[in-house]
Ligand binder design. Structure first.
Ligand SMILES: [Zn+2]
Ligand SMILES: [Zn+2]
Length: 253
């Protein structure tokens, strides 16, 4: 099997004690590649360090909406430096989170739009976080005319998923689909050539690991749920979503 965990945060302190073992367990279970997602400048740097050490790990660099309030003045310039690196595959994660509102909504929107523009100028896809901010996320995509992104950890309605797919964006799914029944129709209606799989480790462990620290090897449970919902083999789901991820993240080689 050739799984890709397209979204994990294995730079976090929670993996400091056993990071190499976590990565090895993933590899041993068929996860050939993992994308370590940064949420601010320091974490993006950590992701890159891990990617430089492990051939199977790739990195992104970006400012998460939670961190929008703390961005340094020249953050766009600093982010740009990352994208020169062959293992930095996307701008992200960026987006809007009006559930927690750790940053003011206006600040979040400004930083989201600036990074969509940045992604266009550096020619990389974006990884977008969207929580209780569907309208503003969609407006940003349309205004920026940047349809080269993915809504990660998709957790909204079928109607929103259809609007997002129309823009050219992809959807990626986490372990949420193993226990949130409302997402079943979205998974069924999303074609595999627009779908990717992720864990969002250490968050959102799938059934039967709910409540535990999540890790990249559990992308398997996400694939199994998709296979069940689409009435397909796990092998087909994995090979097709992996192909989708390879086309989407062009630097993922
Ligand atoms: Zn997120
Ligand atoms: Zn994330």
């Amino acid at each position: 099997m050739n799984y890709i965990d397209t979204h994990c945060h294995i730079y976090m302190d929670r993996f400091d004690g056993d990071r190499d073992a976590v990565i090895q367990r993933a590899i041993d279970n068929g996860v050939e590649r993992m994308i370590c997602i940064g949420v601010d400048l320091p974490s993006s740097e950590k992701c890159l360090n891990i990617a430089e050490k492990h051939p199977q790990v790739f990195a992104t660099a970006g400012i998460h909406p939670h961190e929008a309030k703390d961005v340094p003045h020249r953050y766009l310039h600093e982010l740009e430096q990352f994208y020169q690196h062959p293992k930095v595959v996307a701008v992200g994660e960026i987006g809007l989170d009006f559930h927690y509102n750790f940053s003011d909504e206006k600040e979040q929107i400004a930083v989201y739009l600036e990074q969509l523009e940045l992604a266009t100028s550096v020619g990389l896809p974006t990884v977008v976080h969207c929580r209780e901010s569907d309208d503003e996320i969609l407006n940003g995509i349309i205004e920026s005319k940047n349809g080269n992104g993915v809504i990660h950890c998709f957790a909204s309605t079928l109607a929103f998923s259809q609007q997002i797919l129309k823009t050219g964006f992809h959807l990626s799914f986490t372990g949420l689909i193993t226990f949130v029944n409302a997402l079943e129709d979205v998974v069924k209606e999303t074609p595999l050539n627009r779908m990717m799989l992720e864990t969002d480790s250490p968050y959102l462990a799938p059934k039967p690991y709910r409540g535990k620290r999540n890790e990249p090897q559990y992308v398997k449970q996400v694939a199994e749920k998709v296979a069940k919902l689409k009435n397909m083999s796990v092998e087909d789901v994995v090979s097709q979503t992996t192909h989708t991820a390879e086309l989407f993240f062009e630097k993922l080689k």
